[in-house]
Design a protein around this ligand. Structure first.
Ligand code: SF4
Length: 249
């Protein structure tokens, strides 16, 4: 009961923050929440374009901000490359979380190495083991996390707010770039000479695991190359459930 009430209080607070930060700059949002949550907030970077923008901003705001990424074991070599470049450029510690090898071995033994192409259930299991469970470990002890979500990215993300209650992880989710356009992201990257994944120049606007990401055609949705064999409303990995699954305020 106490926990429920506490959650309701947080949701009320979030409503006030949404009003306060609806027109704020990403830096203002980051500054506020880093200060507010201290060591109990972490930035989850997938090393994509938006996340590189946030890393750049964080490096200027606080050297102590926690940044982590998930290595699923199926990443593109180019993604590992951008991780190395980022560590070198900013001198930041980026925590890398891996899946539990026992879970991966069991899944591959039972369903095959490329199980994800055969059903949504298989794909979700793979994302659960390689992404969701490591994310839970990374978020242990956090009261909030920071993401690079933008409204324009997908039909599943059109209602993203600057700050939300993350029902799935039961913590606050902060999305400083929620209202940015793709152009704003790239203008910022170029202006500040931020390292980015070389695949972005080869038609990959959104980059996940190698077997589940392909280049998109000009004019296609930015996430059309992710799990392209599935329906658009299924194309989330469980880290950021779409509106139907996630009870946002
Ligand atoms: S994106 Fe593909 S390879 Fe990566 S965890 Fe999900 S299903 Fe597995």
């Amino acid at each position: 009961m106490r926990k429920t009430m506490k959650k309701e209080e947080i949701k009320k607070q979030i409503e006030a923050w949404v009003r306060e930060f609806k027109k704020a700059s990403p830096e203002t949002i980051l500054n506020f929440f880093l200060d507010h949550y201290g060591k109990e907030i972490a930035f989850a970077s997938s090393l994509g374009a938006e996340d590189q923008v946030i890393t750049h901003m964080l490096a200027a705001i606080s050297r102590d901000a926690r940044i982590f990424t998930l290595d699923t074991g199926r990443l593109f070599p180019e993604t590992c490359e951008v991780l190395e470049k980022t560590r070198k450029k900013y001198g930041l510690e980026i925590e890398v979380y891996f899946p539990d090898y026992r879970e991966v071995e069991k899944m591959v033994r039972e369903r095959g190495i490329n199980l994800f192409y055969r059903s949504v259930e298989n794909r979700k299991l793979c994302c659960h083991i390689r992404k969701t469970l490591p994310l839970l470990r990374a978020l242990e002890g956090c009261r909030a996390w920071i993401t690079g979500l933008r409204r324009e990215q997908a039909v599943t993300r059109i209602s993203v707010m600057p700050v939300e209650w993350d029902e799935k992880h039961e913590i606050v989710k902060v999305n400083p770039l929620f209202g940015w356009s793709e152009k704003q992201v790239w203008d910022y990257i170029r202006e500040h000479d931020i390292p980015y994944n070389a695949l972005h120049d080869r038609g990959f606007p959104s980059i996940g695991c190698q077997p589940c990401t392909r280049a998109v055609q000009p004019g296609e949705d930015v996430r059309a190359g992710r799990w392209w064999w599935e329906q658009p409303e299924n194309r989330e990995c469980g880290l950021h459930p779409g509106k139907k699954e996630n009870g946002k305020i």
